[in-house]
Design a binder for this molecule. Sequence first.
Ligand code: DQA
Length: 142
Amino acid sequence: MNRILVLNGPNLNLLGTREPQIYGYTTMDDVIEDLQSRFSGIEIEYFQSNCEGEIIDKLHAVGFDSQCIGVALNAGAYTHTSLAIADAIAAIKTPVVELHISNVHARESIRHTSLISPVCRGVIAGFGVDSYRLAIEAILNF
Ligand code: DQA
């Protein structure tokens, strides 16, 4: 069965309790359960890490696997800082969609810059946890 990887970066393990006024009260377990029931014809794989190197290793692991048809990536704060993650996305074959729960462009100016946007297929931001569903819809329409 084809797979889509939902890949989360730092602090997103705390979704549901972390700054709920910005990120809401829904947990990542709830998000993945909802995605798997909506998209039953595809396997939704989930991985989260607070470590930059582990995110890169995961991108390398799926990036040449033809059964993995896309990555929905919320790189968290690494979005704004990590040339290494940008290089990993550029190096792999699997398309990556950048996503954010919050509208990063309506927040502090440091969040307006993304080092990964130029190497991603597209960007989705500001729709709460529905950004994950929208990223998967985009991958399914490639
Ligand atoms: C985020 C936005 C980032 O600026 C922030 O560092 C996060 C979450 C979002 O989903 O809105 O950790 O990627």
